[in-house]
Design a protein around this ligand. Sequence first.
Ligand code: SF4
Ligand code: SF4
Length: 292
Amino acid sequence: MQVAVSGGKGGTGKSTVAINLAVALRNLGVNLTMADLDVEAPNDHLLLGVDLANEEPVNQFMPRFDYSKCTKCRKCAEVCEEHAIITLKDGTPFLMPTLCSGCRACEIVCPVPGAILEGSRLIGHIYVTETPYGFTLVTGKLKEGEERSMPLVVAAKRRAMEIHEKTGGIFLVDTAAGTGNTVSKAIEFSDLLIAVTEPTPLGIHDTELILELGKLMEIPTWVVINRADLGEKGKVYELAKKYGAEVVAEIPYSEKVVRSYVSGKPIVLSDSPEAEIFKAIAERVLAFGGGE
Ligand code: SF4
Ligand code: SF4
């Protein structure tokens, strides 16, 4: 079973919900693998109070030109949708590496064998961290200055799924904020989408986008309202109803929650009313999955 935790905009408490849900599920005896696919700003490890470990580089194809063979026909530049290849007046191709998506279209279209050689560049890293909570956290982290996050999201998710296939149970995905294509890729194949929101005008607007995405992808969607006492939560309920989504939890603003993530100690492990909220969500997830 794959469960995705997402939020329309940044700062809604998406990662707080994701890590507390992970710990709560594990405490219910569920085998679990977690993937932090917010590759531009992964922070699940910080909230869990663990250091990233077992670094694995992620490289991406990048063409290299053998100018002794290149006939300067420009076909590679013409086919490149990313405009990553520019040509001089005489047709000599040059690559702008940060624009290259690694699609290999240039290599396929090049009519001269050996004119385009296999090259690669580092786009980021994957970390496979054993947490003290009894589950593995796979984290994708984009290299600074790198503009394309999709290849890293794909690589990190694939790596996490390999581990999940061995451990079984629940595969919990924490996505980036927003509704871009990397979020869709992270959510893809989920059995359940949990949209974390806050009842502010911007939060409600962005929640509609994520509910729309869940509907388009035909994934049952739940809503968790964070800082539920700091806005018009009635509007979130109305929106959820419109999309056939269920509001499964309200988390009030709590300094205890803030302190827990600053200190890297999941609130769900404390003896507090907030902990009970996350435990209840975990029990519902378990019931939804038929007690996996
Ligand atoms: S691999 Fe794709 S994106 Fe990169 S230069 Fe070639 S055609 Fe362009
Ligand atoms: S398609 Fe091949 S031969 Fe033509 S310009 Fe590009 S690298 Fe050179």
